[in-house]
Design a protein around this ligand. Structure first.
Ligand SMILES: Nc1ncnc2c1ncn2[C@@H]1O[C@H](COP(=O)(O)OP(=O)(O)OP(=O)(O)O)[C@@H](O)[C@H]1O
Ligand SMILES: [Mg+2]
Length: 230
């Protein structure tokens, strides 16, 4: 048993170090490429190649950043003692992501009736969790679709639901969507498959429940439950 724990610990440490060590060289390369782009001697073809390489680096950076975040959460490097007011949180998220709604003319309704303050939470992690869910709700939505944010109380759980009118997820794919690097079906939209892995690790760190229900071609609902926060 101890050996298994030690192996786990080493693996976590490795991921944290590895993703951190990736960031610096990536930034150095990005700077160098930016400088190359401004060189007068660079032909148009060379410039196009440099721009392609910069896009690849940007992807690498995003993946490293996401893996680093997951390993920081697993290493318990975040406070769990903050108060978070969901209404304010969603104002912040909509402000940050709002311009993306326009791309597909998507409407977002935030309708939180319970006016809660959540205790023993972490603001930045909850921001990231709901940001990732709303990001997906936009990405996998249809033109002129909608996103609804609603709340309810069920037993001793305070629930927040993010519901979209998008393409939905096949029932047999739902168990895998939280796995790292897992993308399902619709490849044209898919990113790196890390958004929901982050949601899952934040959920388990803050002891939240996560439920998904989805109907193909109709939409998807992610419901996050907060225990002892009634
Ligand atoms: N709201 C949603 N509607 C339909 N499919 C979804 C929704 N949310 C997630 N999925 C499916 O689950 C997969 C995993 O989601 P996840 O957020 O982890 O990855 P991603 O969005 O593809 O990439 P990333 O978030 O790293 O940019 C997605 O590729 C998509 O197939
Ligand atoms: Mg995503």
């Amino acid at each position: 048993m101890d050996q298994i724990n030690e192996a786990f610990e080493k693996e976590r440490e490795f991921t944290a170090n590895a993703s951190h060590e990736f960031m610096t060289p990536i930034s150095i390369l990005q700077n160098k490429m930016e400088n190359l782009l401004t060189e007068e001697s660079a032909s148009e073809t060379v410039q196009e190649h440099i721009v392609d390489m910069m896009k690849t680096l940007e992807r690498l950076k995003k993946i490293s950043r996401s893996l680093l975040l997951i390993s920081r959460i697993e290493n318990e490097q975040f406070s769990k003692h903050e108060q978070v007011v969901p209404e304010k949180l969603f104002d912040e998220i909509v402000e940050e992501i709002g311009h993306r709604l326009e791309e597909k003319n998507i409407r977002i309704d935030v309708d939180l009736k319970h006016h809660k303050t959540l205790d023993r939470m972490n603001h930045d992690l909850l921001f990231q969790l709901f940001y990732n869910l709303i990001n997906n709700a936009i990405k996998f939505n249809k033109e002129n679709g909608y996103i609804q944010i609603t709340d309810s109380i069920e037993g001793n759980l305070y629930l927040i639901a993010v519901t979209d009118s998008g393409q939905g997820i096949k029932a047999e794919e739902i168990p895998q969507i939280f796995d790292r690097f897992k993308k399902t079906g619709h490849a044209e939209n898919a990113g790196y498959g890390l958004g929901l892995a982050i949601v899952k690790s934040i959920g388990s760190y803050l002891k939240l429940t996560i439920k998904v229900s989805s109907t193909e071609q109709e939409g998807t609902s992610f419901v996050i439950g907060f225990n002892n926060n009634i």
